[in-house]
Design a protein around this ligand. Structure first.
Ligand code: G
Ligand code: G
Ligand code: MN
Ligand code: NA
Length: 254
């Protein structure tokens, strides 16, 4: 396929870039971490979002080298934060299950952190609930290795897959991200509000942090804050930012 060849070249020609979206504490609006999001600066078609190429990258296995490139670029951004003299905020990186199928995945990530001299606690890996639940034993093994190294793990798009409480407890993840679909119409949907409240209550009992994704309005934020959701991410606070913009971003005044 043509796009496969293009993706291969894109890696060689450094056409990938990361943008960073702040995740803020709903209590005080301060940034607690960033989510790294991949972009492909395609010379003819312009900036491409993951929706247009991640699936092919997964099917062709190219997601594996691309994924290491992403971790390396996240480390570079952490290093830039250090050089700016401010306290380093952790960076969360999305990983596909194909990456976890690599036996040496944890080891390679550790090697990248070591090369940059970055403490493992500054890196978080986001794995979607649906990928986790379709590959429970593989995920458990890999998460266990990564956690032993001190890397943080969060479950992405939570509420769209089917995990049980006992699986969540066993998995030992650090945080959980409520899928944007629940936040989107919470003003008009009592069912979505109940889902969010139930997830938040459960997550807090498990002693994990909860992040609500896709917050776009003040009302959504107020509701989430009031029911005890810890963190939020969304256009209300900030769009995904270039590394330079992200370094400047201090937080959301409320
Ligand atoms: O940034 P954007 O809204 O276009 O991201 C769309 C989706 O692509 C998100 O759900 C995110 O999980 C996924 N994604 C973004 N960056 C990466 C990445 O570096 N690796 C993988 N595997 N998925 C990513
Ligand atoms: O699947 P994942 O949660 O990793 O995807 C994050 C994606 O959601 C990013 O591509 C980002 O651009 C997008 N996003 C982040 N905040 C908002 C928001 O407030 N509204 C919408 N519509 N998309 C958002
Ligand atoms: Mn994510
Ligand atoms: Na998500």
């Amino acid at each position: 396929i043509r796009i496969e060849e293009e993706l291969r070249l894109a890696l060689a020609r450094s056409e990938f870039a990361l943008v960073f979206q702040p995740i803020v504490a709903l209590g005080n609006g301060q940034t607690v971490k960033f989510e790294a999001l991949l972009r492909w600066n395609q010379p003819e078609r312009g900036i491409q979002h993951p929706a247009s190429f991640i699936e092919i990258a997964e099917l062709t296995g190219l997601i594996v080298p691309i994924g290491y490139w992403v971790v390396d670029a996240a480390c570079r951004f952490i290093q830039q934060q250090r050089q700016s003299g401010r306290a380093v905020k952790p960076v969360a990186v999305n990983v596909s299950v194909c990456q976890l199928r690599e036996a040496e995945f944890a080891h390679r990530v550790e090697a990248l952190l070591t090369r940059w001299g970055i403490p493992p606690g500054s890196l978080e890996l986001e794995i979607t609930e649906s990928m986790l639940m379709e590959n429970v034993s593989l995920a458990m093994t890999q998460i266990d290795r990564l956690k032993r190294l001190g890397i943080r793990i969060s479950i992405d798009d939570f509420g769209t897959g089917y995990s049980s409480l006992s699986q969540l407890r066993q998995l030992q993840v650090n945080s959980l991200k409520i899928d944007r679909s629940f936040v989107m119409d919470l003003e008009n949907s009592p069912v979505d509000r109940q889902m969010i409240e139930a997830i938040t209550a459960m997550v807090r009992k498990l002693d994990l942090k909860v992040v609500a994704e896709g917050i776009e309005t003040e009302q959504q934020m107020q509701f989430l804050k009031q029911i005890g959701c810890d963190y939020g991410q969304g256009f209300l606070f900030a769009r995904p930012l270039s590394p330079e913009q992200a370094l400047q971003y201090t937080g959301h005044a409320d």
